[in-house]
Design a protein around this ligand. Structure first.
Ligand SMILES: [Zn+2]
Length: 304
């Protein structure tokens, strides 16, 4: 457990917040060890890792919004040279920690800094799927991938799916020691319930939103990623004038759900010749796209 105590204090957690006295809520997430574990294993080119780190931070940010335990998946896909970028957030019923994982498939030589339409093509889309098991119906929202970055797609997703004005900021960076860090912050303007006794005039509400948006826009990626600055202090620094209410955090860690049992069942559905074709020296190796783990099966034990 000694290693646990060396963990940076201000990473791998998501913090919900609300600006005092205003119709604005938000959340902020910062990933350290979790995102570094995922990106180091995949070892993609740096620009792809950066895009993936930002996506993982976004997935953790909205994954922790789920009311019940479940799985939230973000998938970016299309007909461009960037084939697919998938990440998911999973919180099990018996766990206080949310697990993230992800993978990407792309053509050699792409520049992941290119605009979204160039990377994912004209048919590029961002799909967000929320599966909360028996508690709620499966939900999927889809937006076209446009604009310069996933920030734009993320904001468009909230505008179209929830009709809520939303500001999102994502960041990912490799530090001088070669470790990856990623972070995300969002604010949303939500309608005050009609039963509320305080009727606010429109101008004031608009003012609040504009001010909160401008303050968020003033945040530098380096501040958002600064692991020596607690998320609480970051929020206070941003919204000290109006005050900010901070709610309990959710911890985030890297974790995969691949299982030998599931892969064995999938292999059992193939016919013998197919199994023989992929076997090497009597062994079939299935590599998990997400965590890169090799699952090995003896052909003789699969055939019965
Ligand atoms: Zn896996």
């Amino acid at each position: 457990m000694a290693e646990e105590q060396l963990l940076p204090l201000f990473e791998d957690q998501c913090l919900p917040f609300q600006i005092e006295g205003q119709d604005i809520k938000g959340r902020v997430v910062r990933l350290g060890r979790s995102v570094n574990e995922i990106l180091s294993k995949h070892n993609y080119p740096e620009d792809v890792s950066k895009l993936m780190g930002e996506t993982l931070a976004f997935t953790a940010l909205i994954g922790t919004l789920m009311k019940y335990n479940g799985i939230l998946t973000t998938q970016m896909k299309g007909d461009g040279p960037f084939r697919v970028l998938v990440s998911d957030f999973h919180k099990a019923e018996d766990s206080a920690i949310g697990n993230i994982r992800g993978y990407a498939a792309f053509e050699d030589g792409i520049d992941a800094n290119d605009p979204m339409e160039e990377l994912f093509g004209q048919s590029g889309y961002l799909a967000i799927t929320i599966d909360q098991g028996k508690f709620m119906e499966r939900y999927q929202g889809i937006v076209k991938l446009e604009g310069d970055s996933i920030n734009d797609a993320a904001e468009e997703y909230f505008r179209s799916s929830e009709q809520l004005p939303t500001k999102v900021m994502l960041a990912c960076e490799k530090d001088t020691q070669g470790n990856w860090h990623a972070a995300a912050i969002m604010i949303q303007h939500y309608a005050r319930p009609a039963r509320d006794e305080f009727e606010r005039n429109d101008m004031e509400t608009k003012d609040h939103w504009n001010t909160a948006s401008i303050l968020l826009g003033s945040l530098k990626p380096s501040e958002l990623l600064d692991k020596n600055l607690s998320l609480q202090d970051l929020l206070i620094r941003l919204y000290h004038e109006s005050g900010v209410r901070i709610f309990p955090p959710t911890e985030v860690a890297a974790g995969c759900r691949c299982s030998e049992e599931k892969i064995r069942a999938a292999l059992a559905s193939l016919d013998l010749q197919e199994l023989k074709d992929v076997a090497d020296d009597g062994t079939i190796t299935v590599t998990c796209d997400f965590c890169t783990k090799d699952h090995k099966f003896e052909l003789s034990k699969l055939m019965h």
